[in-house]
Design a protein around this ligand. Sequence first.
Ligand SMILES: NC(=O)c1ccc[n+]([C@@H]2O[C@H](COP(=O)([O-])OP(=O)(O)OC[C@H]3O[C@@H](n4cnc5c(N)ncnc54)[C@H](OP(=O)(O)O)[C@@H]3O)[C@@H](O)[C@H]2O)c1
Length: 286
Amino acid sequence: MNTVVITGASSGIGLETALLLTQKGYNVLGIGRSEINCNRAKEWILSKNPDANITFYLADLMQQGEITRAADEINEYLNEKCNGKLYALINNAGCVRSWYMTTNEGYEQQFALNHLAGFLLTYKLMPALLKAGGRVIMTGSQSHKGIKINWDNIMLQKRYNPLTAYKQSKLCNMLFAKGLNDRFAIHGIRAYVVDPGLVKTDIGNKETGALVNFIWSLRKRHGVPPSVPAETYAFLCDKKNAPEGLYYCLCKEKKYSRQVTSENADRLFKLSERLCGVHYGEVLKI
Ligand SMILES: NC(=O)c1ccc[n+]([C@@H]2O[C@H](COP(=O)([O-])OP(=O)(O)OC[C@H]3O[C@@H](n4cnc5c(N)ncnc54)[C@H](OP(=O)(O)O)[C@@H]3O)[C@@H](O)[C@H]2O)c1
């Protein structure tokens, strides 16, 4: 049975994807930040699929120490139960913010959760992914288009605009996937970004101010249910031969921003390594 790790599996897109993948026979390891939400999510999945193989791990992915701890626990499980192999990692946890807010490490929160958390978790799980010839899937967004990385001020603390910070974090998802493919495709790893479309979830209603909350409550009414994008993750996991594209929506390849170049990907990769205190080259030496 192939094992898949999904971050942000306690609600929204991650939860529906977790359900669908258990229904397709995958062993799913979900990560969530709240014990109550994780327990509720597990019960919901089991109510829909009593045979589901679903385990939850708790971690606040805004904190690098928590990412490392959860990754250690998951690696221990993979070594004991899965021959050290991880078939796929879905970096899906994400947030929106209304103001400039930072993590314990002092990183802007949307950049930290939407990009850096996946970057560090992937690094920690890379030996298991390499062993399986695994796939790494980021939850991106159409909003990565029409923007450039602000290299001189990547946390955007000067004149902070929360929407710009969100869009930039989604461009980071694209560049990270590109950077992974540039470095690890020859080692059997494939990375993708899924554009879920506009999806009816509560993302804009969590830890946001009244205005963002109100706008999102109106906007999400036009969204599709999270079961719709879940099909695209399943499509990317199910294909026996890893698909060749980078960016997918509704199970089809989609055009992406011209900012997604190897040069930008490499620059972000090196910066993210520095911000996480890791060096991806190390995992090839293990
Ligand atoms: N909804 C859309 O229209 C849309 C469109 C494009 C892209 N996306 C992307 O889709 C992804 C999933 O979002 P969603 O719409 O499904 O929203 P959601 O329902 O709020 O799901 C976000 C998930 O991330 C978890 N999370 C939040 N902060 C966390 C933290 N510090 N540590 C660990 N987990 C944390 C949440 O946990 P809790 O359950 O405890 O809140 C939840 O499981 C995000 O990356 C988002 O940017 C969404």
